[in-house]
Design a protein around this ligand. Structure first.
Ligand code: ADP
Length: 352
């Protein structure tokens, strides 16, 4: 019994879906997959061209796991980083909001690199961009492409860019982009990761030359590992440094205030700020968490039972709690590392 292969526009066969076999009419698809494809279908009930030759389960994975419908971060949630916020607003947010003005000479770069120590707010900036520009946010860790999706990374990358182009304006945030676009020599490179890298660069090239409203943001703690091709495509490169003392104070105040726990005096806050030189934003968050446990631990030591403890039974968070927490939470970035970032920034960073 000869069964003719399913015909599709690109001429491909196999387990790809075709224009005819859209999510609506292919009974072999799981309900969740079909629902997801339906949401991407145009008014005519057909899947957009770009998605037709992609595997439905990968489209579903991108839509459910990588696409973040509500990134929920605003500029005001990010402490400091005024320079980065200003550059990003002009380079990214305005063009996404007013594509008609940002054409020709004013057309923006489509690739932005955020580099600097871990835990300094790079991911937060990516989410805030999407939030402020009312764009769909896609988050993927490049190391998961090379580890979790071995052999399938290329296809996932195609699905990612395909879904993003149906959800414009879109921001694709690639964390640890160095593990995808590193300059490590090809001898040690697996064939599959070389193909993945090529596919990624092709996709970037594709939307760079078109009129698509897609921005790619790469984030890395190891900018020195990026190769020349990656630098060329990520035209704007912003250094995201450790938080200034004002930014550290802001993080402490903001996190405690959110929970109604901020009662520190000016002097104590200034003392904490001085003691936390070299701490990243994420170190500060961990520090505040640990310090805020101080009153709870003390109440339990005094004999209160955890099940009966009331909020009023706990004293306010004090400088001493922070001093104790400082013994537990150490800064995660070394001075040597900072030197590397600063040097790379001087050489390749966008300074204005
Ligand atoms: P990165 O992407 O640079 O590694 P993230 O943006 O994921 O760091 O930050 C991790 C966490 O640290 C955030 O969720 C936030 O709680 C805190 N944090 C880091 N930088 C800042 C900042 N500038 N302002 C406020 N919170 C910050």
């Amino acid at each position: 019994n000869f069964v003719p292969p399913v015909r599709n526009n690109g001429g491909n066969t196999g387990n790809m879906i075709s224009s005819r076999v859209s999510g609506k009419c292919d009974d072999s698809l799981e309900d969740s997959t079909r629902k997801c494809l339906d949401m991407l279908c145009g008014p005519d009930g057909e899947l957009p061209e770009k998605l037709r030759n992609l595997e439905p389960r990968l489209i579903e994975h991108v839509s459910n796991e990588i696409m973040d419908k509500d990134p929920n971060v605003r500029w005001d949630d990010i402490a400091g980083l005024e320079h980065a916020k200003k550059c990003v607003t002009e380079m990214v947010i305005w063009p996404l909001l007013r594509p008609d003005i940002f054409r020709g000479c004013r057309s923006p770069g489509r690739g932005l690199l955020l580099f600097g120590p871990p835990g300094t707010g790079k991911t937060m900036i990516g989410k805030a961009i999407a939030g402020e520009a009312k764009a769909t946010f896609f988050y993927i860790s490049a190391s998961s492409l090379t580890s979790k999706w071995i052999g399938e990374g290329e296809k996932l990358v195609r699905a990612l860019f395909g879904v993003a182009s149906c959800r414009q304006p879109a921001v694709i945030f690639v964390d640890e982009i160095d593990s995808l676009l590193s300059q490590r020599k090809s001898e040690g490179e697996h064939e599959s990761s070389r193909r993945l890298k090529t596919q990624f660069l092709i996709e970037m090239e594709g939307f760079d030359s078109g009129n698509e409203q897609i921005l790619l943001i790469g984030a890395t703690n190891r900018p020195q590992e990026l190769d020349e091709a990656a630098r060329r495509r990520l035209t704007k490169r912003l250094y995201i440094p450790l938080p200034s003392s004002d930014a550290r104070t802001w993080i402490v105040r903001n996190l405690l205030e959110k929970d109604g726990l901020f009662t520190l005096s000016e002097e104590d806050t200034a003392a904490i700020c001085k003691l936390t030189e070299g701490y990243s934003g994420s170190d500060m968050k961990n520090l505040v968490k640990d310090a805020s446990m101080g009153p709870l631990r003390e109440a339990l030591r005094q004999g209160f039972e955890i099940t009966k403890l009331r909020k009023e039974d706990m004293r306010p968070v004090t400088l001493k709690d922070f001093e104790d927490a400082l013994q537990e939470v150490r800064p995660s970035v070394s001075l040597t590392e900072l030197g590397i970032y600063e040097e790379w920034n001087r050489q390749f960073g966008s300074l204005s």
